[in-house]
Design a protein around this ligand. Sequence first.
Ligand SMILES: C[S@@+](CC[C@H](N)C(=O)[O-])C[C@H]1O[C@@H](n2cnc3c(N)ncnc32)[C@H](O)[C@@H]1O
Length: 171
Amino acid sequence: MTTRQPVPERINWAVELMAPGPDDQLLEIGCGPGVAVGAISEKLRGGAIVAIDRSATAIDRAQKRNAHHVSSGRAAFVTMTLEDVRPTDVLRGGRRFDKILAMNVNLFWVGSATKELDLIKRLLKADDSLYLFFGYGPGLAKRPRRTHRAPDPRRLRPDRRRADGEPLHPP
Ligand SMILES: C[S@@+](CC[C@H](N)C(=O)[O-])C[C@H]1O[C@@H](n2cnc3c(N)ncnc32)[C@H](O)[C@@H]1O
């Protein structure tokens, strides 16, 4: 069964910014209910997106929402924590990803995520991009952190606090 629901503006904005090509291979980390996967899959022809989430409930919802993209081969979902991913779990035919994204995944905002960024380096093509988005609602003030070539954990270290000292994201 496929569930069609509206796509929030923040997700349309992010997908537009990433501009996935029709033949791109993408990985989403922490896909939640799979809204971005749906919006990205609409842009794919020969390409595909693999989405992981550590929550089996989230993956179940995402699969239901994107059943038509799963049957067409454009989307695949795996219940997995990023820290546990081995390249062979997600790379199709050994081909590295053109784009990797994560939206509102705390891992990248509450710590240095050094080990995970090392893994991402091994999953991404050498000159392609990791997109990290954080925030809800329209009118996003900040552009996403975008890295080229090897993601450098030092460059990606996030601003962990708002100006008033509160965490950027509630625990
Ligand atoms: C706040 S939700 C965001 C969902 C979706 N990306 C969005 O923006 O609507 C964060 C999601 O990331 C998943 N997640 C958090 N840490 C993760 C990790 N280390 N590996 C895989 N998934 C993770 C959670 O299970 C949750 O579904």
